[in-house]
Design a protein around this ligand. Structure first.
Ligand code: AHM
Ligand code: MG
Length: 377
């Protein structure tokens, strides 16, 4: 819908989505999914806000009911790790549960994958549903205990393997269950390139809680701010467009000694004012992808997680970090690429948790970066 500025404060997420459905009935399932994602984000926002008060900071430990209470996690109990070997924070685990349950109970989602789940989960009650979802429930968790912004990242894909899942249903003795007695499944429907996303977005937990998403196609990138008094997401950013150029670069420069020479060269040029614009770029790096991408969407510039000699594919995950964010930024008129100058959105994932380099931001800044990069052999 076209939204006049004066009407902004009255348009809730629910109202916005139902007006979309009234002109396009095929969006009805998506409406249900978006509303449950939003509901989960509201809950996560409350958890993040109250973390310090409700003792939700610190690491999740392995032994149930015997948490050491140690903030560093160096007590007797071992910190719980995700499949990638990273320590899980209590809030990582809680947020994952909130989002998982919200999506499960929509009855509109057959399969989901999360940074905090070792395997993809099959929702037995909704096997013939149209969509699957991927998410990082609480990205930037290294920042949580310092009350620095964090966020949820999500992507929704159409499932073209419904027949496979029905087959599975017929033979469901093969169901392999995880520790929570949930059914884990083949990940085929999740392993689609980012260009196939039907929706993607993030919710940022910061001085405000902001939900930004796109439904792809001709739909804009749109942002809603949680009004704590109403308890509703209210439309505040009706059509987000990334400025064509910015003056900020956002990378972890602590790793620059390990980067490829081409990337060091590019960053060196723009910060000295010797790039195409001849302007000196400033550094801005939160270390929370959602915060860094949100700023880049609004102010322009470039964000990247380049990879280095030790970690060729960088730190971020393709399926639920790089792809959804690149899809969103491209939909807002920006650009994205991998560290060899290829398209993030065309990479076909081989596994749910695989990592990928990724750069995104202002279209002209991404193009300038690409002129320094060389395709990998
Ligand atoms: P996480 O999913 O374990 O929180 O890690 C992802 C985060 C991103 O939010 C951020 O861009 C990146 O890690 C920062 O990594 P680094 O601290 O190495 O710069
Ligand atoms: Mg993450």
């Amino acid at each position: 819908p076209t939204v006049a500025q004066g009407q902004l404060s009255t348009i809730t997420l629910q109202r916005y989505l139902s007006s979309l459905v009234s002109s396009d009935e095929s969006l009805r399932e998506m409406e249900g999914l978006m509303l449950s994602i939003a509901m989960a984000c509201k809950t996560i926002s409350t958890l993040v806000n109250r973390a310090g008060i409700n003792q939700l900071t610190g690491l999740e430990t392995d032994v149930m009911g015997t948490r050491s209470g140690s903030q560093s996690g160096k007590g007797k109990n071992k910190a719980k790790k995700n499949i990638q070997g990273e320590d899980q924070k209590k809030l990582d685990v809680l947020s994952n549960g909130v989002l998982k349950n919200a999506l499960k109970f929509t009855g509109k989602l057959g399969l989901l994958a999360s940074e905090e789940e070792d395997e993809a989960l099959l929702i037995e009650s909704a096997l013939d549903s149209r969509y699957v979802a991927v998410f990082d429930p609480l990205d930037g968790s290294s920042n949580i205990d310092a009350s620095i912004c964090t966020g949820t990242i999500f992507g929704v894909l159409e499932d073209d393997t419904v027949e496979l899942k029905n087959e599975y249903k017929r033979n469901n003795d093969d169901c392999v269950r995880n520790a929570d007695a949930e059914c884990v499944s083949s990940t085929e429907a999740l392993l689609q390139p980012g260009s196939q996303l039907a929706a993607s977005g993030y919710c940022m937990y910061s001085s405000s809680t902001i939900l930004v998403f796109t439904l792809g196609g001709s739909h804009p990138v749109i942002g809603f701010t949680l009004d704590p008094q109403l308890g509703e997401f209210v439309l505040t950013h009706p059509n987000m467009r990334v400025p064509k150029r910015g003056t900020y670069y956002s990378v972890n420069e602590g790793n620059s000694w390990l980067w490829d020479a081409s990337i060091r060269h590019y960053i060196d040029k723009i910060k000295r004012g010797e790039g195409e614009t001849k302007k000196r770029y400033s550094s801005r790096y939160v270390g929370s992808m959602v915060g860094d991408v949100h700023r880049t969407l609004l102010y322009g510039g470039i964000f990247g997680n380049p990879g280095d000699v030790k970690h060729r594919n960088g730190k971020l995950r393709l399926v639920y970090e790089c792809s959804p964010m690149s899809f969103l930024v491209e939909q807002a008129g920006g650009g994205s690429c991998t560290s060899d100058g290829g398209s993030v959105l065309e990479v076909v994932p081989e596994s749910v948790h695989q990592r990928s380099t990724c750069w995104l931001g202002s279209i002209e800044d991404v193009q300038e970066l690409k002129s320094y990069l060389t395709p990998e052999e």
